[in-house]
Design a protein around this ligand. Structure first.
Ligand SMILES: [Zn+2]
Length: 415
Protein backbone atom coordinates (compact mmCIF):
# COMPACT_ATOMS: atom_id res chain seq x y z
CA UNK A 1 0.00 0.00 0.00
CA UNK A 2 1.48 3.36 -1.08
CA UNK A 3 0.34 6.94 -1.27
CA UNK A 4 -0.28 8.73 -4.57
CA UNK A 5 2.86 10.88 -4.71
CA UNK A 6 1.81 12.95 -7.74
CA UNK A 7 -1.41 13.97 -6.04
CA UNK A 8 0.43 14.94 -2.83
CA UNK A 9 3.01 17.02 -4.74
CA UNK A 10 0.22 18.74 -6.71
CA UNK A 11 -1.56 19.67 -3.46
CA UNK A 12 1.71 20.96 -1.99
CA UNK A 13 2.20 23.14 -5.09
CA UNK A 14 -1.36 24.46 -4.89
CA UNK A 15 -1.13 25.32 -1.19
CA UNK A 16 2.26 27.00 -1.74
CA UNK A 17 0.58 29.51 -4.07
CA UNK A 18 -1.29 30.98 -1.10
CA UNK A 19 1.04 33.59 0.36
CA UNK A 20 3.69 32.84 -2.29
CA UNK A 21 6.73 35.13 -2.19
CA UNK A 22 8.75 36.27 -5.24
CA UNK A 23 11.71 34.25 -3.94
CA UNK A 24 9.82 30.93 -4.15
CA UNK A 25 8.74 30.65 -0.53
CA UNK A 26 5.60 31.55 1.40
CA UNK A 27 4.52 34.11 3.97
CA UNK A 28 1.40 32.72 5.61
CA UNK A 29 1.29 34.05 9.14
CA UNK A 30 -1.17 32.56 11.60
CA UNK A 31 -4.75 33.90 11.32
CA UNK A 32 -3.81 36.23 8.45
CA UNK A 33 -5.84 36.59 5.26
CA UNK A 34 -3.48 34.08 3.60
CA UNK A 35 -4.00 31.64 6.46
CA UNK A 36 -7.77 31.94 6.02
CA UNK A 37 -7.58 31.28 2.27
CA UNK A 38 -5.31 28.28 2.90
CA UNK A 39 -7.64 26.98 5.62
CA UNK A 40 -10.64 27.30 3.30
CA UNK A 41 -8.81 25.26 0.66
CA UNK A 42 -7.74 22.65 3.21
CA UNK A 43 -11.32 22.43 4.45
CA UNK A 44 -12.60 21.82 0.91
CA UNK A 45 -9.97 19.13 0.41
CA UNK A 46 -10.85 17.46 3.71
CA UNK A 47 -14.54 17.47 2.87
CA UNK A 48 -13.81 16.09 -0.60
CA UNK A 49 -11.91 13.27 1.13
CA UNK A 50 -15.14 12.64 3.09
CA UNK A 51 -13.61 13.69 6.43
CA UNK A 52 -15.92 15.10 9.07
CA UNK A 53 -14.46 18.56 9.71
CA UNK A 54 -14.64 20.38 13.02
CA UNK A 55 -13.06 23.58 14.31
CA UNK A 56 -12.19 24.11 17.96
CA UNK A 57 -12.02 27.17 20.21
CA UNK A 58 -8.40 27.91 19.13
CA UNK A 59 -9.11 27.47 15.41
CA UNK A 60 -7.47 24.04 15.23
CA UNK A 61 -8.97 22.13 12.29
CA UNK A 62 -9.69 18.42 12.65
CA UNK A 63 -10.85 16.07 9.88
CA UNK A 64 -12.07 12.69 11.08
CA UNK A 65 -12.28 9.44 9.18
CA UNK A 66 -14.42 6.92 11.04
CA UNK A 67 -13.13 3.53 12.10
CA UNK A 68 -15.17 0.49 13.05
CA UNK A 69 -14.64 1.54 16.66
CA UNK A 70 -15.79 4.95 17.87
CA UNK A 71 -13.13 5.44 20.56
CA UNK A 72 -9.85 7.39 20.57
CA UNK A 73 -8.34 8.28 17.20
CA UNK A 74 -4.90 7.98 15.69
CA UNK A 75 -4.00 11.59 14.92
CA UNK A 76 -1.74 12.81 12.10
CA UNK A 77 -0.99 16.50 12.43
CA UNK A 78 1.13 19.52 11.60
CA UNK A 79 0.50 23.17 10.66
CA UNK A 80 -0.03 25.38 7.60
CA UNK A 81 1.05 28.69 9.11
CA UNK A 82 4.57 29.81 8.19
CA UNK A 83 7.27 32.23 9.25
CA UNK A 84 7.88 35.41 7.20
CA UNK A 85 9.45 34.43 3.88
CA UNK A 86 9.50 30.80 4.92
CA UNK A 87 9.61 27.67 2.80
CA UNK A 88 6.84 25.63 1.19
CA UNK A 89 7.36 22.45 3.22
CA UNK A 90 7.63 23.33 6.92
CA UNK A 91 4.30 22.22 8.35
CA UNK A 92 2.39 22.11 5.06
CA UNK A 93 4.07 18.83 4.15
CA UNK A 94 2.88 17.09 7.32
CA UNK A 95 -0.70 18.27 6.86
CA UNK A 96 -0.90 17.40 3.16
CA UNK A 97 0.83 14.02 3.61
CA UNK A 98 -1.80 13.21 6.25
CA UNK A 99 -4.50 14.31 3.79
CA UNK A 100 -2.91 12.08 1.17
CA UNK A 101 -3.02 9.16 3.62
CA UNK A 102 -6.78 9.71 3.95
CA UNK A 103 -7.22 9.96 0.18
CA UNK A 104 -5.19 6.78 -0.36
CA UNK A 105 -7.27 4.84 2.16
CA UNK A 106 -10.40 6.03 0.36
CA UNK A 107 -8.98 4.89 -3.00
CA UNK A 108 -8.19 1.47 -1.63
CA UNK A 109 -11.42 1.16 0.31
CA UNK A 110 -9.56 0.54 3.56
CA UNK A 111 -11.47 0.58 6.82
CA UNK A 112 -9.45 1.02 9.99
CA UNK A 113 -10.38 -0.19 13.44
CA UNK A 114 -9.64 3.08 15.19
CA UNK A 115 -10.72 6.38 13.68
CA UNK A 116 -8.08 8.54 11.99
CA UNK A 117 -7.86 12.29 12.47
CA UNK A 118 -5.96 14.92 10.50
CA UNK A 119 -5.18 18.08 12.49
CA UNK A 120 -3.99 21.50 11.35
CA UNK A 121 -2.70 23.29 14.46
CA UNK A 122 -3.14 27.06 14.74
CA UNK A 123 -0.08 29.31 15.17
CA UNK A 124 2.63 26.68 15.41
CA UNK A 125 5.36 29.08 14.34
CA UNK A 126 4.77 31.76 16.95
CA UNK A 127 5.92 34.46 14.54
CA UNK A 128 2.73 36.52 14.67
CA UNK A 129 1.61 35.50 18.17
CA UNK A 130 4.23 34.42 20.71
CA UNK A 131 4.91 31.85 22.01
CA UNK A 132 5.14 29.12 19.38
CA UNK A 133 2.88 26.04 19.46
CA UNK A 134 0.22 28.12 21.16
CA UNK A 135 -2.87 26.13 20.19
CA UNK A 136 -1.48 22.63 20.74
CA UNK A 137 -0.24 23.95 24.09
CA UNK A 138 -3.80 25.11 24.78
CA UNK A 139 -5.22 21.68 24.01
CA UNK A 140 -2.56 20.10 26.25
CA UNK A 141 -3.46 22.47 29.08
CA UNK A 142 -0.14 24.35 29.06
CA UNK A 143 -1.97 27.67 28.37
CA UNK A 144 -5.43 28.83 29.41
CA UNK A 145 -7.86 30.03 26.72
CA UNK A 146 -7.70 33.57 28.15
CA UNK A 147 -3.91 33.59 27.88
CA UNK A 148 -4.14 32.44 24.28
CA UNK A 149 -6.86 34.94 23.25
CA UNK A 150 -4.92 37.84 24.82
CA UNK A 151 -1.67 37.28 22.90
CA UNK A 152 -1.13 40.26 20.60
CA UNK A 153 0.78 40.68 17.37
CA UNK A 154 3.11 43.63 16.64
CA UNK A 155 0.11 45.78 15.61
CA UNK A 156 -1.64 45.10 18.90
CA UNK A 157 -4.24 42.77 17.38
CA UNK A 158 -5.36 40.06 19.83
CA UNK A 159 -5.27 36.38 18.89
CA UNK A 160 -8.95 36.08 19.82
CA UNK A 161 -9.96 38.96 17.55
CA UNK A 162 -7.83 37.68 14.66
CA UNK A 163 -9.45 34.25 15.08
CA UNK A 164 -12.94 35.81 14.90
CA UNK A 165 -11.93 37.98 11.93
CA UNK A 166 -11.07 34.95 9.78
CA UNK A 167 -14.16 33.07 10.98
CA UNK A 168 -12.32 30.17 12.56
CA UNK A 169 -13.38 30.28 16.21
CA UNK A 170 -15.18 27.04 17.01
CA UNK A 171 -16.16 25.12 20.10
CA UNK A 172 -14.09 23.71 22.90
CA UNK A 173 -15.94 20.41 22.47
CA UNK A 174 -14.52 20.18 18.93
CA UNK A 175 -10.89 19.94 19.97
CA UNK A 176 -8.89 17.03 18.50
CA UNK A 177 -9.15 13.69 20.22
CA UNK A 178 -9.52 11.77 22.38
CA UNK A 179 -6.19 10.58 21.00
CA UNK A 180 -4.99 6.97 20.99
CA UNK A 181 -1.65 7.86 19.36
CA UNK A 182 -0.17 10.95 17.71
CA UNK A 183 2.07 11.12 14.62
CA UNK A 184 3.70 14.22 13.16
CA UNK A 185 5.57 14.10 9.87
CA UNK A 186 7.88 17.05 9.19
CA UNK A 187 10.90 18.03 7.15
CA UNK A 188 14.07 17.67 9.21
CA UNK A 189 15.12 21.36 9.10
CA UNK A 190 18.71 20.30 9.75
CA UNK A 191 21.59 18.58 7.92
CA UNK A 192 21.95 15.33 9.89
CA UNK A 193 19.98 12.98 7.60
CA UNK A 194 21.57 14.39 4.45
CA UNK A 195 25.03 14.12 5.97
CA UNK A 196 24.45 10.49 6.95
CA UNK A 197 22.67 9.61 3.69
CA UNK A 198 19.22 8.62 5.00
CA UNK A 199 15.93 9.77 3.43
CA UNK A 200 13.94 9.34 6.63
CA UNK A 201 14.61 9.96 10.31
CA UNK A 202 12.85 8.21 13.21
CA UNK A 203 12.49 10.93 15.81
CA UNK A 204 12.95 9.71 19.37
CA UNK A 205 12.14 12.99 21.06
CA UNK A 206 12.55 16.73 21.19
CA UNK A 207 15.65 18.07 22.90
CA UNK A 208 15.56 20.18 26.02
CA UNK A 209 16.45 23.84 25.60
CA UNK A 210 17.98 26.02 28.26
CA UNK A 211 18.57 29.75 27.89
CA UNK A 212 20.82 31.93 29.93
CA UNK A 213 22.28 35.40 30.04
CA UNK A 214 25.89 36.21 30.80
CA UNK A 215 26.89 39.68 31.95
CA UNK A 216 30.59 40.56 31.93
CA UNK A 217 31.64 43.77 33.67
CA UNK A 218 35.10 45.26 33.30
CA UNK A 219 36.19 48.84 33.12
CA UNK A 220 35.50 51.26 30.27
CA UNK A 221 38.47 53.49 29.53
CA UNK A 222 40.21 55.39 26.73
CA UNK A 223 41.65 53.01 24.13
CA UNK A 224 44.87 55.08 23.81
CA UNK A 225 46.44 55.79 27.20
CA UNK A 226 45.52 52.41 28.81
CA UNK A 227 48.48 49.95 28.69
CA UNK A 228 47.51 46.36 27.97
CA UNK A 229 48.44 44.85 31.37
CA UNK A 230 46.23 47.37 33.20
CA UNK A 231 43.04 46.83 31.24
CA UNK A 232 39.84 45.10 32.31
CA UNK A 233 38.30 44.61 28.87
CA UNK A 234 34.82 43.06 29.15
CA UNK A 235 34.66 42.18 25.45
CA UNK A 236 37.96 40.27 25.46
CA UNK A 237 36.68 38.26 28.43
CA UNK A 238 33.36 37.72 26.64
CA UNK A 239 35.21 36.47 23.56
CA UNK A 240 36.81 33.74 25.72
CA UNK A 241 33.36 32.82 27.04
CA UNK A 242 31.84 32.69 23.54
CA UNK A 243 34.60 30.35 22.37
CA UNK A 244 34.06 28.44 25.62
CA UNK A 245 30.33 27.87 24.94
CA UNK A 246 31.26 26.41 21.56
CA UNK A 247 33.97 24.22 23.08
CA UNK A 248 31.81 23.03 25.97
CA UNK A 249 29.06 21.90 23.56
CA UNK A 250 31.59 20.15 21.29
CA UNK A 251 32.89 18.01 24.15
CA UNK A 252 29.41 16.61 24.99
CA UNK A 253 27.89 14.07 22.60
CA UNK A 254 24.60 15.33 21.15
CA UNK A 255 24.87 18.82 22.66
CA UNK A 256 24.67 22.15 20.82
CA UNK A 257 25.58 25.52 22.26
CA UNK A 258 25.14 28.98 20.76
CA UNK A 259 25.81 32.58 21.67
CA UNK A 260 23.45 34.33 19.27
CA UNK A 261 23.13 37.79 20.76
CA UNK A 262 25.72 40.10 22.20
CA UNK A 263 25.72 43.73 23.27
CA UNK A 264 28.91 45.60 24.15
CA UNK A 265 28.91 48.94 25.96
CA UNK A 266 29.61 51.63 25.11
CA UNK A 267 30.26 50.05 21.67
CA UNK A 268 32.54 52.81 20.52
CA UNK A 269 35.70 52.49 18.40
CA UNK A 270 38.14 54.17 20.81
CA UNK A 271 36.80 53.03 24.19
CA UNK A 272 37.69 49.79 25.96
CA UNK A 273 34.39 47.89 26.38
CA UNK A 274 33.19 48.12 29.98
CA UNK A 275 30.22 45.80 29.87
CA UNK A 276 29.01 42.93 27.69
CA UNK A 277 25.66 41.17 27.85
CA UNK A 278 25.27 37.95 25.85
CA UNK A 279 22.80 35.13 25.43
CA UNK A 280 23.47 31.41 25.74
CA UNK A 281 21.36 28.64 24.19
CA UNK A 282 22.23 25.05 25.16
CA UNK A 283 20.26 22.03 23.89
CA UNK A 284 20.41 18.34 24.74
CA UNK A 285 18.14 15.31 25.02
CA UNK A 286 18.88 14.89 28.70
CA UNK A 287 18.01 17.33 31.48
CA UNK A 288 21.02 16.41 33.65
CA UNK A 289 23.32 17.17 30.72
CA UNK A 290 21.81 20.66 30.39
CA UNK A 291 22.77 21.19 34.04
CA UNK A 292 26.29 19.96 33.29
CA UNK A 293 26.64 22.29 30.30
CA UNK A 294 25.63 25.32 32.37
CA UNK A 295 27.87 24.13 35.22
CA UNK A 296 30.84 24.07 32.84
CA UNK A 297 30.02 27.57 31.64
CA UNK A 298 29.82 28.89 35.22
CA UNK A 299 33.20 27.31 36.01
CA UNK A 300 34.69 28.91 32.92
CA UNK A 301 33.14 32.22 33.96
CA UNK A 302 34.97 32.05 37.31
CA UNK A 303 38.27 31.22 35.56
CA UNK A 304 37.91 34.07 33.08
CA UNK A 305 36.95 36.49 35.87
CA UNK A 306 40.00 35.54 37.92
CA UNK A 307 42.35 35.80 34.94
CA UNK A 308 41.00 39.06 33.47
CA UNK A 309 39.93 41.09 36.48
CA UNK A 310 36.33 41.31 35.27
CA UNK A 311 33.17 40.07 36.96
CA UNK A 312 31.06 37.41 35.22
CA UNK A 313 27.45 36.73 36.17
CA UNK A 314 25.68 33.78 34.55
CA UNK A 315 21.94 33.47 34.92
CA UNK A 316 19.91 30.59 33.51
CA UNK A 317 16.39 31.96 33.05
CA UNK A 318 14.37 29.53 30.96
CA UNK A 319 14.32 25.78 30.37
CA UNK A 320 12.11 23.70 28.12
CA UNK A 321 12.38 20.12 29.35
CA UNK A 322 13.47 17.37 26.95
CA UNK A 323 10.53 15.37 25.59
CA UNK A 324 11.23 11.72 24.84
CA UNK A 325 8.52 10.21 22.61
CA UNK A 326 6.59 7.01 23.40
CA UNK A 327 8.82 4.00 22.70
CA UNK A 328 6.05 1.88 21.18
CA UNK A 329 4.99 4.62 18.74
CA UNK A 330 8.64 5.18 17.78
CA UNK A 331 8.92 1.42 17.16
CA UNK A 332 5.81 1.54 14.93
CA UNK A 333 7.46 4.24 12.84
CA UNK A 334 10.64 2.17 12.66
CA UNK A 335 8.71 -0.94 11.62
CA UNK A 336 6.83 1.04 8.96
CA UNK A 337 10.14 2.34 7.54
CA UNK A 338 11.75 -1.11 7.63
CA UNK A 339 8.76 -2.57 5.80
CA UNK A 340 9.38 -0.03 3.02
CA UNK A 341 13.07 -0.94 2.87
CA UNK A 342 14.13 2.60 3.75
CA UNK A 343 17.46 3.38 5.33
CA UNK A 344 16.76 5.36 8.48
CA UNK A 345 18.46 6.90 11.42
CA UNK A 346 17.26 7.64 14.96
CA UNK A 347 17.39 11.39 15.62
CA UNK A 348 16.29 13.94 18.20
CA UNK A 349 14.58 17.11 17.05
CA UNK A 350 16.56 20.25 17.86
CA UNK A 351 13.51 22.41 17.09
CA UNK A 352 10.15 22.53 18.83
CA UNK A 353 7.02 20.97 17.30
CA UNK A 354 3.40 20.51 18.38
CA UNK A 355 4.30 16.88 19.15
CA UNK A 356 6.09 18.19 22.22
CA UNK A 357 2.77 19.15 23.82
CA UNK A 358 0.91 16.17 22.39
CA UNK A 359 3.32 13.73 24.03
CA UNK A 360 1.88 14.98 27.31
CA UNK A 361 -1.62 14.05 26.12
CA UNK A 362 -1.09 10.78 24.22
CA UNK A 363 1.76 8.50 23.10
CA UNK A 364 3.47 10.34 20.24
CA UNK A 365 6.31 10.19 17.75
CA UNK A 366 7.60 12.12 14.76
CA UNK A 367 8.94 11.24 11.32
CA UNK A 368 11.48 13.44 9.54
CA UNK A 369 12.07 13.66 5.79
CA UNK A 370 15.54 14.74 4.69
CA UNK A 371 16.08 18.46 3.94
CA UNK A 372 18.45 19.52 1.16
CA UNK A 373 21.36 21.44 2.73
CA UNK A 374 19.44 21.32 6.00
CA UNK A 375 17.79 24.65 5.17
CA UNK A 376 14.50 25.75 6.72
CA UNK A 377 12.56 28.88 7.71
CA UNK A 378 13.80 30.38 4.44
CA UNK A 379 12.67 30.42 0.83
CA UNK A 380 15.40 27.96 -0.19
CA UNK A 381 13.90 25.23 2.00
CA UNK A 382 13.65 22.08 -0.14
CA UNK A 383 13.20 18.34 0.08
CA UNK A 384 13.23 16.07 -2.98
CA UNK A 385 9.91 14.64 -4.18
CA UNK A 386 11.30 11.15 -3.54
CA UNK A 387 12.12 11.88 0.09
CA UNK A 388 8.75 13.53 0.64
CA UNK A 389 7.07 10.47 -0.85
CA UNK A 390 9.11 8.13 1.38
CA UNK A 391 8.15 10.06 4.51
CA UNK A 392 4.46 10.05 3.57
CA UNK A 393 4.54 6.29 3.01
CA UNK A 394 6.06 5.84 6.47
CA UNK A 395 3.23 7.98 7.88
CA UNK A 396 0.64 5.86 6.05
CA UNK A 397 2.01 2.57 7.33
CA UNK A 398 2.71 3.75 10.86
CA UNK A 399 -0.85 5.13 11.09
CA UNK A 400 -2.28 1.83 9.86
CA UNK A 401 -0.23 -0.13 12.37
CA UNK A 402 -1.53 2.09 15.15
CA UNK A 403 -5.14 2.20 13.92
CA UNK A 404 -5.45 -1.42 12.78
CA UNK A 405 -6.95 -2.52 9.45
CA UNK A 406 -10.46 -4.01 9.49
CA UNK A 407 -10.73 -4.61 5.79
CA UNK A 408 -10.25 -3.28 2.31
CA UNK A 409 -11.90 -3.71 -1.04
CA UNK A 410 -10.49 -6.91 -2.52
CA UNK A 411 -11.49 -5.90 -6.05
CA UNK A 412 -8.95 -3.08 -6.08
CA UNK A 413 -5.78 -3.76 -8.00
CA UNK A 414 -2.90 -2.67 -5.80
CA UNK A 415 0.57 -1.69 -6.95
ZN1 LIG B 1 6.99 23.30 11.40
Amino acid sequence: MRINADRMHESLRELAQIGATPGGGVTRLALSREDRVARDLLRRWMEAARLRVRIDDFGNMTGRRAGTESGPAVVMASHIDSVRQGGCYDGAYGVLAALEVMRTLNDLGVTTTRPLELVNWTNEEGVRFEPAMLASGGVAGAFTPDYIYDRTDRDGIRFGDALDAIGYRGERSDRPGPIAAYLELHIEQGPVLEDAGHPVGIVEGIVGISWGEVVVEGHADHAGPSPMPLRRDALVAAARLIAGVDEIARTVEGAVGTVGRIAAEPNVINTIPGKVTMSVDFRHADHATLDTLFGSLERLGREVAAASGVTVRTQRFWTSEPTPFAAHVVEMVQAASDELGLSTRRVWSGAGHDAKYMQGVAPSAMIFARSVNGLSHCEQEFSTPEDLEAGANVLLRAALRLAGIEGERTTHKRG
